[in-house]
Structure formats: structure tokens, C-alpha cells
Design a protein around this ligand. Structure first.
Ligand SMILES: [Zn+2]
Length: 212
């Protein structure tokens, strides 16, 4: 079976080492799990396929979906759909080895991220500064995002410039970390602080009698 090995990033004719077919229970098609070994790096790969065949044609398995190793690129489900779509496209470009395009889509994701927080200046540089001024991002995160912005600019505007695979991977992962920070941890931390301060509030004001 030809699959992309997420460990060595090669398309390989992987060797089958095991398999398990979960028969349909009537609510959906049968599913086939196949355990493979990468012929390039030797790492295990687990894929899932659904049966898209019919009574006449018999079993027909769709394109293998990789289950293991887990893809390191997961879009934060709390982000607005348009941001998820932009970042998913960045991931798709990366998987297709279109590294420069991937960096450009990460830049677009950053733009969407500012907009989603009500910050829309003419240039992304100004938007990021505004985010810092409003304390939505701290100094470190500002530095990250501003560096990603510059990398995205180089990718977008220099015809002769191309982004290398390791750089594209870092750009993706830092963008993902910023999404996680803004759409998960920041909001969760605010809730956490709120819960803590509510707990500390005295539940009863001592009355004259109880003071004795
Ligand atoms: Zn491999």
C-alpha cells in the first residue's frame, strides 16, 4: 500500500504487518485498519479505510487515513471556522511539500487571528502591535508572531525566495501554538482566575451576634 510516512515524510510502498476489519453494524460502512511498516525508515504506520463498495462490485476501500503516528498538526477547534480553514490549508500545503505556500497561509491565519480579536489595522505589523498594546499577547508572543509575519512576507513577496521544509514546519507549529494560546489557554486561564476569586469571597458577612 502506498502511503505517506509522517515520520520520514516520504511516500512509500509500505509493507503490511497486520490488519483488522470491523464489520458494519448497520449504522455505517465496514472499516479496515491496516498496520504497516515504512520501507524507508522502518517506523510503524496505522491507517484506516472505509468500505465504499456495494453488493455488485464487492468491497472497495477508500483512500487510507493515517491514524498513527498522530499528525502533529491539529487545528484548534475553538478558533473561528475561517481561521481553522486558513490554518488547515497551511497544513495541506505543507503535506503537499508546498512549503512557501504553507508559510503564506500561516501569515493569512495570523491576519484572521487579529481580526477575530477585533484588531484590524492596514498592515499586519500594526495589528500585532495593537494586540500587544491591548495586552492580548505578551512580549514573547508578540516576538513570535512578528517573526512569523516577516517570514510570511518573504514567502509572499520575494519571487526568488522559497521556504525550506524545516522553516515551514517551525512556522506551522508556532502559528498553531499562538492559536492554542489565544483560543484555549488565555480564555481558560481567565475562567480559572474568576473561579479562584469567587472562592475567596467570604460567603457570609459576620453579624453583630456572631462577632461576640
Ligand atoms: Zn518512514
Amino acid at each position: 500500500m502506498i502511503v505517506e510516512c509522517l515520520t520520514c515524510r516520504c511516500h512509500v510502498e509500505a509493507t503490511q504487518r497486520g490488519g483488522f476489519e470491523r464489520l458494519s453494524d448497520g449504522s455505517g460502512p465496514s472499516t479496515l485498519y491496516t498496520l504497516l511498516a515504512c520501507t524507508q525508515c522502518g517506523h510503524p504506520i496505522l491507517v484506516r479505510q472505509s468500505n465504499i463498495g456495494n453488493m455488485v462490485e464487492g468491497d472497495k476501500w477508500d483512500t487510507p487515513y493515517p491514524l498513527f503516528p498522530p499528525s502533529d498538526l491539529r487545528v484548534n477547534p475553538n478558533a473561528p471556522p475561517e481561521i481553522q480553514a486558513a490554518f488547515e490549508e497551511a497544513c495541506a500545503c505543507y503535506r503537499a511539500r508546498a512549503y512557501t505556500a504553507s508559510a503564506i497561509m500561516c501569515r493569512k491565519t495570523l491576519e484572521g487571528l487579529c481580526e477575530a480579536h477585533g484588531v484590524k489595522q492596514n498592515a499586519l505589523a500594526a495589528s500585532l502591535k495593537k494586540m500587544r498594546e491591548k495586552n492580548m499577547i505578551d512580549e514573547r508572543l508578540f516576538e513570535w508572531s512578528d517573526t512569523l509575519r516577516v517570514a510570511g512576507n518573504e514567502a509572499a513577496h520575494g519571487v526568488g525566495r522559497s521556504i525550506s521544509q524545516p522553516d515551514a514546519k517551525d512556522i506551522l507549529e508556532f502559528t498553531n501554538a499562538i492559536l492554542d494560546y489565544l483560543f484555549s489557554f488565555r480564555d481558560r486561564f481567565e475562567d480559572f482566575k474568576k473561579r479562584r476569586s469567587e472562592k475567596r469571597k467570604p460567603s457570609k458577612v459576620p453579624t453583630e451576634n456572631s462577632a461576640h
